[in-house]
Ligand binder design. Structure first.
Ligand code: GAL
Length: 396
């Protein structure tokens, strides 16, 4: 049943966009089921003819959120292996610093910018300078509102939320709940992050029929993104916010069944709040995203139920193929997907940079829980610890 549901979900997920498949990855309609990992292949890194003369500027938002350390390392390693010089910065979640870091790259005359924005609306002026200099800009993972942005590489972030919701529906068996009601609370991400709304909406839209039917209930009443957003994706802020929610709405013995968190850094805070401040005896279902090491340990220990995995090594590989095409002056259309090592959707309508649609390549996320952790190891990005109990990252 699980595989049928997951396959149906995967097909629905892909039909929603013009999908194109990589050479060795499963065909688009066979995109990984919710609990099956796509085949892991090293991305094809063709050294461009004049790679030695090209420099790529890579701007990551922060080191304080685990995934960006992996993104930065994978991007740097793959671009250098393909013959490019790389300038890599991390901007401490400080918008002023990120603008300065990018300005410095432009002063160094980089040939291409790859930017994961802290705030998608805070780089407009600096990236206008990139446009003036004719430096192409790839928005990496998070969309950026700037006319200089012509390309976007990310995951289908609405589907990240859908996967979290589908996991709740399946594992709480909501379709057979009868007249039972389950209590749920939402924790969303940073309002400055263009992705955060997609994660929340994907989850909320999918669960709304169950909220409308009374199968799900939100005791706090917090049912809008703004009410449950977490600035900077901060674990401490998520912890504090959830402690307040528990104190206000659960101190009377109300049972909490589900904590739907948009990512692992917020799930870490929510799990801490549940451990310290929730009086109920039941295990609360906690969702997340990213496969952060501490959260994977929580999944083994039963403090978190699932995470949505996005293979950022693959995201880096797709970005490399796009960058090579851009710098070599090749055509950039759906056929580029044939060079990807993994399946990605080619989308020219869903995402815009504030003035016009942007050509986007969207990779496929998939669900992980304590039944398929081995599939994370199979990606090559994780390994088992010495006791074969917890996972460790293989990134340096
Ligand atoms: C999002 C990203 C997610 C999430 C969050 C915190 O933009 O797509 O993976 O973890 O930022 O970094």
């Amino acid at each position: 049943m699980k595989k049928i549901l997951a396959s149906v979900l995967a097909i629905l997920m892909i039909i929603s966009m013009a999908a194109c498949g990589g050479n060795s990855a499963p065909a688009a309609t066979e995109a990984p089921a919710a609990t099956e990992a796509p085949a892991a292949e090293a991305p094809a890194a063709e050294a461009p003819a004049d790679a030695g003369q090209k420099t790529v500027g890579i701007a990551m938002p922060t080191k304080s959120l685990e995934r960006w350390n992996r993104d930065g390392e994978y991007l740097k390693a793959q671009f250098e292996a393909a013959g490019y010089a790389v300038e890599l910065t991390y901007s401490d979640n400080d918008n002023t610093k990120q603008n300065n870091d990018i300005s410095n790259m432009l002063a160094d005359k980089v040939d291409l910018l790859i930017v994961a924005a802290i705030d998608g609306e805070a780089l407009t002026q600096t990236l206008a300078e990139a446009k003036d200099q004719g430096v192409p800009v790839i928005a990496y993972d998070r969309m950026i509102k700037a006319d200089a942005v012509d390309y976007y590489v990310s995951f289908d972030n609405y589907t990240v939320g859908v996967l979290q919701a589908k996991y709740v529906i399946e594992h709480m068996d909501l379709d057979n709940a009868g007249d039972k009601t389950y209590n749920i609370e939402f924790t969303a991400g940073d309002p400055a992050d263009n992705n955060a709304g997609y994660f929340f909406n994907g989850a909320y839209d999918t669960l709304k029929p169950y909220l409308d039917a009374g199968t799900l209930k939100i005791p706090s009443g917090k049912n809008t993104f703004e009410q449950v957003a977490t600035p900077a994706w901060s674990t401490d802020t998520a912890l504090e916010n959830f402690q307040n929610t528990l104190a206000s709405f659960y101190s009377d013995g109300t049972v909490l069944d589900i904590a739907l968190c948009s990512n692992d850094s917020t799930a870490a805070g929510v799990s801490q709040a549940i451990e310290s401040d929730y009086a109920g005896s039941n295990t609360v279902m906690v969702t997340g995203q990213d496969g952060d090491i501490g959260n994977l340990q929580n999944i083994v220990d039963g403090k978190q139920t699932m995470t949505v995995y996005k293979n950022v090594a693959d995201e880096a590989g797709v970005t490399l193929v796009l960058a090579q095409a851009l710098l070599n002056g090749d055509a950039i259309d759906a056929s580029l997907c044939d060079k990807f090592a993994v399946t990605a959707a080619y989308d020219t309508e869903s995402y815009e940079n504030g003035t016009r649609p942007v050509t986007s390549f969207l990779l496929v996320p998939w669900s992980v829980d304590n039944t398929n952790l081995q599939q994370l190891v199979d990606t090559g990005n994780y390994k088992w610890d010495a006791n074969n109990k917890y996972l460790e990252s293989t990134a340096s």
